[in-house]
Design a protein around this ligand. Structure first.
Ligand SMILES: NC(=O)c1ccc[n+]([C@@H]2O[C@H](COP(=O)([O-])OP(=O)(O)OC[C@H]3O[C@@H](n4cnc5c(N)ncnc54)[C@H](OP(=O)(O)O)[C@@H]3O)[C@@H](O)[C@H]2O)c1
Length: 308
């Protein structure tokens, strides 16, 4: 299949290109900067309102302003607008082509569920209402779902915390834990939903290649953990202490609304992925973090993330 991938130069895009190629597909990347070549892409086209989807048989849409970074008013606008407008550009481009791609598989975020304490969340659970990321997720999926009017199968993947070497949240977390400053955040009782980046990439291909997959997929491992357990396992793998807990009021004072990224509780189960036969390579946190962080004290292991 000839696959078009937006946001192809990013942390997830780079992984997905390699997995798509290993499945025998040809990839055209879409980027705001066509001059910058992306490893594994046969060609790169411009991402924007005039983007050209001709010849593309399946679309993976990842582009968007990074969520991490200080949430000033300007940053919030960029996060929201880049997803609503960007997804509209993709759907408009699909509508303009005479031969439509078979599917649009788009990134969405686990943040769409909001803050849900101990509730078990599947794709049939209601989405959240009162948080910024729930608002972003809703806007993103509303625009993406319009592809269905053009007869295109639409699958939003509600990605949880993606764990991979040197990218995403791990880029911030790993040095903190390696220096011995890791610790539980707030009460540590909040549920963290996570997924290994190798499983994210395979899940996008699973959604694209299987015509029976339609509607939202939770992009999270089947085994979410509480923040205190995540912290303990990180410390054990890195052989570092993790007793420096950060109280909730400190996080809220320092980060304001952005504290929701680490304090909100989401116990997400990937029901639709499992029901449609997806097999996770890293279903439990210890195996995922051992792969990402390498074996402590030993030579740096080759990880799934190095396969690029
Ligand atoms: N990583 C995670 O843990 C995670 C979790 C949940 C959801 N997601 C979502 O999955 C998608 C991909 O994640 P990622 O970690 O690969 O993100 P990333 O590394 O930040 O890459 C996103 C790509 O989007 C493009 N981009 C950046 N700012 C943009 C803007 N203002 N407007 C339009 N395009 C912009 C860039 O590509 P070009 O410069 O080539 O145009 C960039 O490489 C994102 O939408 C993200 O929100 C990720």
């Amino acid at each position: 299949m000839h696959i078009g991938i937006t946001g192809v130069s990013g942390f997830l895009g780079r992984q997905i290109v390699q997995v798509a190629r290993s499945h025998g597909h040809v990839v055209t990347g879409f980027s705001r900067r066509i001059a910058a070549p992306v490893s594994g892409c046969a060609s790169v086209r411009l991402f924007g309102p005039e983007m050209d989807m001709n010849g593309i048989e399946g679309v993976i849409h990842l582009a968007g302003e990074p969520i991490l970074g200080l949430w000033t008013t300007e940053k919030r606008n960029k996060i929201l607008r880049s997803r609503a407008n960007g997804t509209r550009w993709v759907v408009d481009a699909i509508e303009r082509t005479s031969r439509k791609p078979s599917a649009l598989v788009s990134a969405s975020g686990a943040g769409i569920y909001g803050n849900r304490a101990d509730e078990t969340l599947t794709e049939s659970s209601s989405t959240g209402r009162s948080s910024f990321l729930a608002e972003v997720g809703a806007a993103w999926e509303t625009e993406g779902s319009k592809a269905q009017a053009a007869g295109v199968r639409y699958v939003p993947i509600r990605i949880a915390l993606a764990l991979g070497k040197g990218g995403g949240a791990m880029k911030l977390m790993e040095p903190v834990f390696r220096f011995g400053f890791g610790g539980k955040l707030g009460t540590g009782k909040q549920w963290m939903s996570w997924i290994h980046v190798a499983d994210v990439a395979e899940l996008f291909l699973h959604a694209l290649e299987n015509a029976s997959v339609s509607g939202p997929l939770n992009g999270s491992s089947p085994n979410p953990v509480r923040n205190e357990e995540f912290t303990k396992i990180m410390g054990e793998i890195l052989k570092r202490p993790t007793f420096l807990a950060v109280p909730e009021f400190v996080l809220k004072t320092m980060l304001r609304d952005e504290a929701s990224l680490v304090l909100d509780s989401q116990r997400i189960i990937p029901e639709n992925a499992l029901r449609t036969g997806f097999r996770f390579r890293f279903p439990d946190l210890r195996s995922a973090l051992t792969d990402v962080l390498g074996t402590p004290g030993g030579p740096e292991r080759r990880t799934a993330n190095d396969e690029r």
